[in-house]
Design a protein around this ligand. Structure first.
Ligand code: 8YV
Length: 317
């Protein structure tokens, strides 16, 4: 018996119904903790997404039969993993299967921001497209710019490969230098400040942790080259919104491409209004193939723990 918090893509639902007895929380998402807890009664596993916030209090209140929490996401900042471990619960995520889709989306953000896609699309949508002009709607060439990646993990490395194909020189900062195969020619900076100084485009691909939350603040933005572009396909809470908006308004940041926001789906209305913000509603992994693969991997993890040898395929680390 498992609690499945959301409706998954069709093939995943077919498999779930075949392999498990299912419980669902009542009503619409986002589900309140008390609804999740009520639905979890009598279950051995939970299948959740980033919308289900499993904080310490919720984890401690879970019924005793729960053995595993499988999140259909690579990020697990919505789960208090320490609290889960303290209760002996296994937590699994869905790495790898969403790497390409999220990296593709990151390039969409980068191109959208650099080529002023929001303003250009508004010309069409609002029927304001006038005569061609040699100086209208000029963006910048990304191939002439250096890309700084904060967090060269699976997704960061996939972004690097794509950026290189566009002619970009790739730099990165991780606390520890990545293995040569992952690095693949990208230039490591042992400090964030060192990376910022060379990042004509800064792409955030780090997990949200106590160390990275708010890391792109006023001080960090001031270290970027004048007219840099900020890309965020990771988590909204990596940036200080006030500082980013101020830099976009002043032109210190040329543009931003953002798929994630602190407090999403609510977002600071200035992100909506600023012409130089190319914003998308957290669709990094939103392709048919990827969402099916994420759902299947979450189910594989539940099956391995509850019906297999007890060992999950992709436990969080
Ligand atoms: C998902 C994500 O859209 O995997 C993650 O961490 O943020 C996205 O892939 C979503 O969070 C699914 O739960």
């Amino acid at each position: 018996v498992i609690m499945v918090a959301r409706t998954l893509p069709g093939p995943c639902e077919v498999r779930l119904a075949h392999e498990f007895v299912l419980r669902r929380p009542p009503g619409e998402a986002p589900h309140a903790p008390r609804d999740l807890l009520a639905a979890a009664e009598g279950c051995e596993g939970l299948l959740v997404t980033v919308s289900e916030k499993l904080d310490r209090a919720t984890i401690e209140a879970l019924p005793p039969g729960i053995r595993v929490i499988a999140t259909m996401s690579v990020g697990f900042d919505h789960i208090d993993v320490a609290a889960a471990r303290a209760r002996g619960l296994i937590v699994t995520n869905t790495p790898d299967v969403l790497t390409d889709a999220t990296a593709d989306l990151t390039l969409l953000l980068l191109l959208g921001a650099a080529r002023r896609a929001k303003e250009a699309m508004a010309l069409i949508a609002e029927n304001r497209w006038g005569a061609w002009s040699p100086t209208a709607m000029l963006g910048v060439d990304i191939g002439r710019r250096r890309l700084g990646i904060l967090g060269l993990g699976r997704i960061g490395a996939a972004v690097a490969r794509r950026a290189r194909a566009f002619g970009m020189e790739v730099h990165y900062h991780n606390r520890r230098r990545a293995a040569p195969a992952v690095e693949d020619g990208a230039i490591w900076h042992d400090t964030l400040d060192g990376l910022l100084a060379v990042s004509d485009v800064l792409a955030l691909n780090a997990a949200s942790t106590p160390e990275t939350r708010g890391i792109i603040d006023r001080r960090a933005l001031a270290l970027l080259p004048e007219g840099a572009i900020l890309i965020n396909s990771a988590r909204g809470d990596l940036v200080d919104d006030e500082a980013v908006i101020e830099a976009l308004e002043s032109g210190r940041l040329l543009a931003a491409g953002l798929d994630v926001f602190r407090g999403e789906p609510k977002l600071d209305p200035r992100y909506r209004d600023l012409p130089n913000v190319f914003a998308l509603p957290h669709i990094g992994s939103a392709t048919v193939e990827t969402r099916v693969a994420m759902g299947m991997l979450a189910i594989d993890n539940l099956a391995a723990v509850l019906a297999g040898d007890g060992r999950p395929l992709t436990p969080v680390t």
